[in-house]
Design a protein. Structure first.
Length: 234
């Protein structure tokens, strides 16, 4: 199995598999977020269910590991491609003009996403699951855990602030460009790269990326509008 780390193809496979797993998580997380628009109580129930339970902790650790592996391999592949082909990125052969910009800037887009991911983790995970975990360990009082499961409160408070709304929309824009090329590149690296499948793969990557970003953006815009409506109603 050393080819997974020592060969270019192996590293591309690792990037593709970890990236696909992270995209599946984004689909799940985005679907969960849309519930916040449909039912605030339903969203809080999900937050409570996905709190500091053992299965949620294991899933969080697994996601963190996937993210670390994906990031490390991204740096390795980017360095490899800089040396071999200048600014061209991984898994790009027979380039298409409509993916050229994102393919050339995957590392920059990834760094933007990582930066905002840290902000997102602070705004939600640190104030929710991390607090609940400390409650379970007896480091914080039980009352702190009740407030930590109130996800709607954190969403309303955060997206009532125009600065955060703008930052999150910039983040989602970078995520869209990263995903449109990333999904295409992953499927390309896994073998769907003939003339029949290439147009289909491109369409799949665009649809999937747009769906993920729209689910997240809808919550941001909806609760910013909610905050504006509440302000003008006063």
């Amino acid at each position: 199995m050393t080819w997974l780390t020592n060969s270019s193809i192996g590293r591309k496979v690792v990037m593709s598999v970890t990236g696909a797993a992270l995209v599946l998580f984004l689909l799940f997380h985005g679907t969960m977020n849309v519930v916040a628009i449909i039912s605030e109580e339903g969203y809080n129930m999900i937050c409570e269910f996905l709190g500091a339970n053992w299965y949620a902790i294991i899933a969080t650790m697994g996601l963190a590991l996937l993210m670390v592996i994906h990031i490390l391999y991204a740096f390795v592949l980017s360095l490899q491609n800089y040396r071999a082909r200048g600014r061209e990125r991984y898994a790009v052969s027979g380039r298409q003009s409509d993916v050229e910009w994102s393919s050339k800037n995957m590392l920059v887009l990834g760094l933007i996403i990582i930066g905002f991911l840290g902000l997102h983790l602070y705004n939600f995970w640190y104030k929710m699951q991390w607090v609940e975990l400390q409650v379970n360990l007896g480091l914080l009082p039980h009352e702190a855990g009740i407030d930590a499961a109130n996800g709607i409160k954190y969403i309303k408070d955060l997206f009532a602030q125009p600065v955060y709304v703008a930052l999150y929309l910039v983040w989602l824009g970078a995520l869209w460009f990263h995903l449109t090329h990333g999904v295409w590149s992953a499927l390309h690296s896994l073998g769907l790269n003939n003339n029949t499948w290439m147009p289909r793969v491109k369409m799949i990557s665009n649809i999937l990326s747009t769906l993920v970003v729209l689910m997240f953006a809808s919550v941001v815009v909806y609760y910013f509008g909610y905050a504006l409506g509440a302000t003008y109603a006063l």
